[in-house]
Design a protein around this ligand. Structure first.
Ligand code: GRF
Length: 204
């Protein structure tokens, strides 16, 4: 097994985590998830990790006096773990500057819209409210902004007249579960090169 370590940060349900677990344990991604960290002790994602025999850590955001203290604790854990890649998978916090600086270019996120459209919360509702006919999802590197980092992969899907937030979210999620493992695989195979805002995929 490859020794390339991935740490996944979660806050909730964990379907993207599950997709990453299957892709690593199934051998599609050349690396292993060494640790799943949640800021929320109730996150269902923790259960998925435990079922897959992956170490988990809860850093309950609410027990920290302020964001800086939480971020310092998280940074300490990440430094000790020293992963090749940190994946945000339904992680509901903005990653702090220190962590981004320390793991520059090594933090990825999945977002349920075609960025730069509809960053932030409730992206699928934003897409429906705006009236777009096509939406999708984006895997991107994380910078200090809100869903603003260089784009690695995107997938699109139609928005149907009958769609609700739930039905659109579900359709987009199917694509999330495909492109997130693809992006992680490309990263760990050293097939990505970043030039300014553009991410190129090396051939071969
Ligand atoms: C996904 O839609 C992801 O794009 C967004 O948060 C949601 C997390 O879902 N960042 P899950 O916890 O992976 O099921």
């Amino acid at each position: 097994m490859s020794d390339k370590k991935i740490v996944v940060l979660v806050s909730g349900r964990g379907t993207n985590l599950q997709a990453l677990i299957e892709a690593t344990q199934g051998g599609y991604i050349p690396g292993e998830i060494s640790l799943v960290i949640s800021d929320n002790p109730q996150a269902l994602a923790l259960e998925q990790a435990r079922k897959a025999s992956i170490s988990t850590l809860v850093l309950d955001y609410n027990i920290f006096p302020h964001k800086r203290a939480y971020e310092d604790a998280l940074l300490q854990v990440l430094e000790k773990e020293n992963p090749h890649l940190i994946c945000l998978a339904g992680y509901m916090r903005i990653v702090g500057k220190k962590i981004i600086a320390r793991f520059q270019g090594r933090i990825m996120n999945i977002h349920p819209s075609l960025l730069p459209a509809f960053p932030g919360l409730e992206a699928q509702k934003q897409a429906l409210d705006y009236g777009v006919k096509v939406s999708g999802c984006t895997v991107h590197l994380v910078d200090e902004g809100m869903d603003t980092g260089p784009i690695i992969l995107q997938a699109s899907c139609p928005v149907e007249d009958e769609d609700t937030v739930e039905s659109l979210s579900e359709r987009i999620l199917r694509y999330e579960h495909q492109i997130y493992p693809q992006a992680v695989k490309l990263f760990l195979e050293d097939k990505l090169s970043v030039v300014g805002r553009r991410v190129f995929i090396k051939k071969g």
